[in-house]
Design a protein around this ligand. Structure first.
Ligand code: PAF
Length: 324
């Protein structure tokens, strides 16, 4: 007798045949970084919460893809259900989000997190829907800092002529052009070889990314320019999201909240410990830079952003205060 038939007969005879297992749906979530990074811990919190709240009816597989544009495309067409991505390439899909990429828009983490948690954040998440994506929750990447292999950066004069890899983001590229650098947009997946081969002199990323990716191995100088806050966002596929029943959607929303908390906690911890760690790995770190000089040098870019974006929205973001 065929093995499965023998097992079936044995189960029937013993009266112990289990109820058919509930159908399981597999869900894929991608992000660009290592499991112990600020995206990695968020992805794990998401997975664990979804699986617990749905009693395992949904299984989340976490995969790494350090080409964020590709990951957004895959989420849009539905070959994967979710991605966590910086807003770097998001503006090419949802142009309204580009306003968040303006340099020196956010004063500090409280300001950025407060705005993203406010009605402004919700309004911007709603802009994903007409673009064939679901903006599930704002997460974060952190304040970006310049690293390079040539010299300490303290003032705008120091970045002049440097070839700096930027994300594929027109707002960032304009800023570096205005500062006299040579912005070279590329996916993160291409960054380390480009630094090793000298195709670019430097790059800019938040402390959690520099730490998680050991960029100290390919870059000598780090300057805490904090020139732009880099939001991240959990994006979902509309076909998948819209088929969820109310209870399952609530479980995924709860999981997104757990992911945001894990993400922010890790960013805060990396901001606290990361600079000392990078120094201990041999980086030369300049902690105070001439921020006012960077802001004045960017005046022509700010003028252009004011023309390009909704000035009232920029004002609401700038004016945000706790409790507002
Ligand atoms: O520099 C980037 O492309 C992004 O900051 C990164 C590292 C992929 C994280 O979102």
């Amino acid at each position: 007798m065929h093995l499965s038939r023998r097992l079936l007969m044995a189960g029937l005879a013993g009266g112990v045949l289990a109820a058919p297992a509930a159908a399981q749906t597999n869900v894929t979530l991608t992000h660009a970084l290592a499991a112990n990074s600020h995206y990695g811990v968020a992805a794990i919190a998401f997975k664990e919460t979804v699986e617990r709240l749905t009693n395992g009816r949904y299984r989340v597989t976490i995969q790494r893809n350090d080409n964020e544009r590709e990951a957004i495309e895959a989420t849009q067409i539905g070959t994967q259900e979710f991605t966590i991505t910086s807003t770097g390439p998001v503006g090419n899909f949802v142009p309204d989000t580009l306003v968040l990429d303006i340099p020196f828009l956010f004063r500090d983490y409280d300001h950025a997190r407060g705005v993203l948690d406010s009605a402004i954040g919700q309004e911007l998440l709603a802009k994903f829907t007409p673009r064939g994506l679901i903006g599930v929750a704002w997460m974060e990447n952190g304040f970006r800092n310049v690293t390079n292999s040539r010299r300490e950066v303290n003032s705008p004069a120091d970045v002049q002529g440097l070839k700096i890899r930027t994300m594929e983001n027109p707002v960032h590229m304009r800023a570096f052009q205005t500062l006299g650098a040579l912005p070279t947009p590329m996916a993160f997946s291409e960054l380390v070889p480009a630094l090793q081969q000298g195709t670019v002199d430097g790059q800019e990323n938040p402390i959690p990314v520099i730490v998680a990716n050991n960029l100290n191995q390919v870059q000598r100088y780090l300057s805490l320019t904090r020139h732009v806050y880099s939001p991240a966002v959990l994006i979902g596929n509309p076909g998948f999201w819209n088929r969820l029943n109310a209870a399952d959607k609530a479980a995924f929303q709860e999981a997104a909240k757990a992911a945001v908390q894990a993400n922010r906690d890790k960013v805060s911890a990396d901001e606290r410990d990361g600079v000392a760690l990078l120094r201990s790995r041999g980086m030369t770190v300049r902690e105070t830079v001439d921020t006012a000089a960077f802001q004045s040098a960017l005046a022509p870019a700010f003028e252009q952003y004011r023309r390009q974006f909704d000035a009232a929205l920029i004002q609401r973001i700038t004016d945000w205060k706790p409790g507002s």
